[in-house]
Write a protein that binds this ligand. Structure first.
Ligand SMILES: Nc1nc2c(c(=O)[nH]1)N[C@H]1C(S)=C(S)[C@@H](COP(=O)(O)OP(=O)(O)OC[C@H]3O[C@@H](n4cnc5c(N)ncnc54)[C@H](O)[C@@H]3O)O[C@H]1N2
Ligand code: MOO
Length: 400
């Protein structure tokens, strides 16, 4: 059976990915979410000419010759307003953020004054407009300040608050169900028999889904039994998940039942078996509206396929126009000629003396070895049939 090219499989998967729906959420919950509509200011900021300093609101022209004595006719803290108009040779005690009284056109900072009861002496001159923030300086009502599609960061939330939006329309988080399959698996903390191992894929794959903005439903482990697998898949359907990600049971052995069960439940198979290492048995399909990814069971294969396919799928659903980022480095070690499968080699990243990124592959690349994956900081991409490469040759990589 021929193997599909990685790039073809990925573009087919992403082509089928519809953008997720929207929901209105409180601003406090919006960190890391994707804005679903342009956000428009509901008011001017500041809404009035306001003082930028603690000091005195004055007429700049009165301070042409200093020192000069002015009468202090009132006081205006932030949140209040001076009720009258300032006359010549008058000043109003003012604090940062307070509205500038009518008739005043500058703020004299208090460090440049001497106060003497109801009078002050101005020791320095001021220019017109000094230390006044005019109304609308930051933004004006109806300005679009955060555009649709923005990944919301802390500064966006502060800005949205000052625009007077208590709630915000964002893309829903894609819901991802995660299922492990295999008689040999038990959960961490359970007691494995002599023939069993601890299931690890759900934990790594769930985390990879969460970091790109998904909600995860962990379905646990299904035994290698059609009924058991079908009942877990039914659970995912009942929860109306957007993506179902299984691991294990997608290769060619008699106990690899996942694809059969899914097809019996109505899945349209999109592709199965990719020219890549690790991850050859990767499978994808659609079960109703739900995208299905069948990851291989080997722990590194499951993680690498989740990075290469599941994460871009989630990102695409969240409107990311570049769902996968490929960077360039030079090799920190020589590599042998590659065969027909595109390889993803666990490697470390460093910076050499000239500032170039250097990717150095590990010697051991077995797809069952998790310790190495946890030490890796990138995956070097080796195209099919790549010629032997020397240390210092260029390479592509995906950052982990
Ligand atoms: N004759 C062939 N045999 C295999 C082929 C092939 O093309 N022809 N492909 C190999 C490749 S490549 C991979 S990758 C594996 C993947 O097979 P499955 O997806 O069917 O996975 P399993 O057989 O169920 O498990 C493989 C391996 O991974 C362990 N595993 C499974 N789930 C978990 C989990 N949740 N946490 C930790 N470890 C897990 C499982 O115990 C097995 O050791 O097939 C090759 N065979
Ligand atoms: O290609 Mo399989 O994914 O590990 O070894």
């Amino acid at each position: 059976m021929s193997l599909m090219k990685v790039e073809d499989a990925l573009s087919q998967l992403l082509e089928n990915a519809a953008q997720i729906g929207t929901e209105n959420i409180p601003l406090h919950d919006a960190l890391g979410r994707v804005l679903a509509q342009d956000l428009t200011a509901n008011r001017d900021q500041p809404p009035f000419d306001s003082s930028a300093m603690d000091g005195y609101a004055v007429k700049a022209a009165n301070l042409a010759n200093i020192p000069v004595r002015l009468q202090v006719v009132g006081e205006v803290p932030a949140g209040h307003r001076f009720p009258d108009r300032l006359s010549n040779r008058e000043a109003v005690r003012i604090f940062t953020g307070a509205p500038v009284p009518e008739g005043a056109d500058a703020i004299l900072i208090q460090e440049n004054t001497e106060r003497d009861g109801a009078f002050l002496t101005a020791l320095e001159g001021v220019t017109t407009g000094q230390y006044i923030r005019p109304a609308g300086l930051d933004f004006k009502k109806n300005d679009v300040l955060i555009v649709k599609g923005t990944l919301l960061e802390p500064a966006h939330l502060a800005l949205a608050a000052s625009m007077n939006h208590p709630e915000i329309l964002v893309l829903r988080r894609p819901k991802v169900a995660i299922l492990a399959t295999g008689d040999e698996l038990v959960l961490p903390g359970e007691t494995p028999s002599d023939n069993q191992i601890i299931a690890s894929n759900n934990f790594g794959v769930a985390a990879l889904a969460k970091v790109v903005g998904a909600d995860v439903l962990d379905l646990g482990i299904a035994r290698d039994d059609k009924q058991a697998i079908a009942s877990k898949i039914k659970q995912a359907q009942d929860a109306k998940v957007d993506i179902l990600v299984s691991s294990g049971g997608v290769s060619v052995g008699e106990h690899d039942l996942v694809q059969d069960v899914l097809k019996e439940m109505g899945m349209d198979l999109a592709f199965w078996r990719i020219a890549m290492r690790p991850g050859k048995p990767l499978m994808a399909g659609k079960l109703g509206d739900c995208q299905v990814l069948g990851l291989p069971g080997n722990p590194v294969s499951a993680m690498v396929c989740a990075i290469l396919f599941m994460q871009p799928l989630i990102r695409k659903m969240l409107g990311d126009s570049i769902p996968q980022r490929i960077e360039r480095a030079i090799l920190g070690d020589a590599l042998a000629e590659n065969d027909k499968r595109q390889s993803y080699l666990r490697a470390t990243l460093s910076i050499d003396d000239s500032g170039k990124s250097v990717a150095t592959p590990f010697a051991g690349q077995d797809s069952a070895m998790m310790a190495g994956l946890a030490r890796a900081s990138c995956l070097i991409i080796r195209p099919p049939h790549a010629k032997a490469a020397n240390k210092g040759d260029p390479c592509d990589f995906i950052r982990l």
